[in-house]
Design a protein around this ligand. Structure first.
Ligand code: ADP
Ligand code: MG
Length: 260
């Protein structure tokens, strides 16, 4: 009998920016749905104690029995806590308990590697794993950067919105040197973009050169559709299939698939 070839391991991509409100969670949900539409097997991991991703995929964090918190504490395997979501993606949910994981991990050796090791057993079950980071550069985000092969930095096209990107890139440089040589910055993802604003266009033109990074395109337009989607537990790709925002995320997903 010929042996079936083993499936390759999923590529793990972190979406991180220590600023809140830059559309990390929206981008994880939307890109995840776009990858699933394109036939990829997708796992999303909510690494924010605020559990916005969990909530926006239709799961009430208060009713979740086991979460990423239990995984990081070694009390559960990833495969045991996964939820299958309506958008065609799998989710490792978060709950407010995760706020305590940071303190727990601080007292552990090799804490930055805990997430990477936890994901290893399921990597052949997926093509892409997206990590939704919390708005900080704490232990959980360092763990995400250590587990990932790729980093996408969501960034609104607004004045001062890129303050902090330098600090994030310093952290990436440290992680690359000390913890994870495979980490590559895949690019800045311009979000909340208002094409009518001259200022937004200037920020968009300037940012790639300023940081020497690729800028993913098209920029994700600011539209009220995004505020509506989480209320029904689906991403904008399902609630507003043909909207400009959904099309922009599909195109960014298509580009990312070429470099993953
Ligand atoms: P983060 O995870 O970085 O904190 P979120 O994804 O939660 O950011 O987005 C912050 C807020 O901005 C949310 O209320 C979300 O619905 C809204 N939002 C995200 N992307 C867009 C967009 N393209 N247009 C309009 N509102 C958006
Ligand atoms: Mg978020």
């Amino acid at each position: 009998m010929p042996r079936t070839p083993r499936r390759p391991k999923a590529t793990i991509v972190a979406l991180a920016n220590q600023k809140g409100g830059v559309a990390k969670t929206t981008s994880v949900a939307s890109l995840g749905a776009a990858f699933a539409e394109a036939g990829r097997r997708v796992l999303l991991v909510d690494l924010d104690p605020q559990a916005s991703l969990t909530f926006s995929l239709g799961i009430d964090p208060d009713t979740v029995e086991a979460s990423v918190h239990d995984v990081l504490l070694g009390r559960a395997e990833v495969a045991d806590v996964v939820h299958h979501c309506a958008d065609g993606v799998d989710l490792v949910p978060s709950t407010i308990e995760l706020a305590g994981a940071e303190a727990f991990l601080l007292g552990r050796p090799a804490r930055e590697y805990v997430l990477r090791e936890a994901l290893e057993p399921v990597r052949r079950d997926y093509d892409v794993v997206l990590l939704d980071c919390s708005p900080s550069l704490g232990v959980l985000t360092l763990g995400a950067l250590t587990a990932a092969q790729g980093l996408v930095i969501p960034m609104p096209c607004e004045m001062l919105s890129h303050r902090g990107v330098g600090q994030l890139l310093d952290t990436v440089a440290d992680v690359t040197k000390l913890l994870n040589k495979k980490l590559r910055v895949l690019g800045i993802l311009p979000t909340l973009y208002d094409g009518r604003s001259t200022h937004a266009r200037e920020v968009l033109d300037d940012v790639g050169e300023r940081y020497g990074l690729p800028v993913l395109s098209p920029p994700i337009p600011r539209t009220v559709r995004f505020a509506e989607a989480p209320a029904v537990g689906r991403s904008i790709l399902a609630t507003a299939r043909t909207s400009k925002g959904a099309r922009a995320y599909r195109e960014v997903a298509r580009q990312l698939l070429q470099v993953l």
